[in-house]
Design a binder for this molecule. Structure first.
Ligand code: C2E
Ligand code: MG
Ligand code: MG
Ligand code: MG
Length: 285
């Protein structure tokens, strides 16, 4: 009897594996087709400059416009795109599109683009950035690349050389999701980032004098000492906004300030956030 049950369970497992494999293959096929059809879009989320009381730039966030599933967020396809080698083309497309789009924005407004580890591994990132800049004619200083720890995990000479080469082009490098990885701190020693983005998990609990508040304060201090700007991610409430501003964080990003939106709504976002101190008043009120 136990044996029969065991076999039954096994069969159930197999069936489930089959379904997962099929789903995965379907996703891969879908993704490949989407790349050839250009079914991707960039949404832009404002990054608020606390001292200047204005928008300093926008982060480009990829979306997949799926015929049945609607707008698919990157969490559901970036990893697969990396695994099957699609991210290199997709990443190059994102760079070209973001730079071209940013040329339409008021002078000085920067654009941040997320870069995947695969673009580093095969060394195409430098060429992609060069192409995007020359095609769009965007000044390099207005482009920022956001990298996560996975890029730095192989903390080898090649990665560092690539980062330095990118920096020599004049683009800025930000460390994304700071504090979530194994050795975030040691990376700050090996490379002079322009910016540290404090992960939203620390900003989320930023309501009282709890551990997160101490950590956020420490990271802001770290940024000051190392001459790296700091950005608080995932600001959803007026309290979090006000906290980060008071602690001396340079920039803030999150739903409280503005959600990621299509390129054509950027003028409206800039208009809304151009009223001096509007958000501060809202946060204090
Ligand atoms: P990320 O670079 O850390 O981007 C911030 C994520 O937090 C975005 O999710 C954004 O929509 C979300 N977010 C912003 N403000 C808030 C808030 O107040 N509350 C909450 N709960 N979330 C907020 P999204 O767009 O789903 O992107 C997820 C991740 O996918 C990004 O994290 C980034 O690592 C990756 N990604 C996005 N676009 C690209 C891309 O073009 N290339 C690559 N390689 N990765 C990308
Ligand atoms: Mg990012
Ligand atoms: Mg982040
Ligand atoms: Mg993230």
């Amino acid at each position: 009897r136990a044996k029969a049950d065991g076999r039954g369970t096994w069969r159930f497992f197999e069936a489930e594996m089959d379904i997962r494999l099929q789903a995965r293959r379907a996703l891969e096929l879908d993704l490949r087709e989407a790349v050839t059809q250009g079914a991707f879009e960039l949404f832009y989320q404002p990054i608020y400059d606390f001292q200047g009381h204005r928008v300093g730039g926008f982060e480009a966030l990829m979306r997949w416009r799926h015929p049945e599933r609607g707008l698919v967020p990157p969490g559901e396809f970036i990893t697969v795109a990396e695994e099957i080698g699609l991210i290199v083309d997709l990443g190059a497309w994102a760079l070209r599109t973001a730079c071209t789009e940013a040329m339409r924005w008021p002078d000085g407004i920067r654009v941040a683009v997320n870069v995947s580890v695969a673009q580093f591994r095969d060394g195409t990132i430098i060429q992609s950035v060069k192409e995007a800049l020359s095609l769009s004619r965007l000044p390099a200083a207005r482009l920022e690349l956001e990298i996560t720890e996975t890029v730095l995990l192989k903390d080898n000479a090649a990665t560092l050389a690539t980062l330095h080469a990118l920096r020599r082009l004049g683009v800025r490098i930000a460390m994304d999701d700071f504090g979530t990885g194994y050795s975030s701190l040691s990376y700050l020693r090996s490379f002079p980032f322009d910016k540290i983005k404090i992960d939203q998990s620390f900003v989320r609990d930023l309501t009282d004098a709890d551990e997160s508040a101490f950590i956020v304060r420490a990271v802001i201090g770290l940024g000051l000492s190392l001459r790296m700007r700091t950005t608080g991610e995932g600001i959803e409430t007026a309290t979090q906004f006000e906290r980060l501003r008071k602690e001396g964080c340079d920039e803030g990003q999150g739903y409280f300030i503005g959600r990621p939106q299509p390129a054509d709504s950027i003028p409206a976002v800039l208009e809304r956030l151009s009223v001096p101190r509007a958000l501060v008043k809202q946060a204090v009120a």
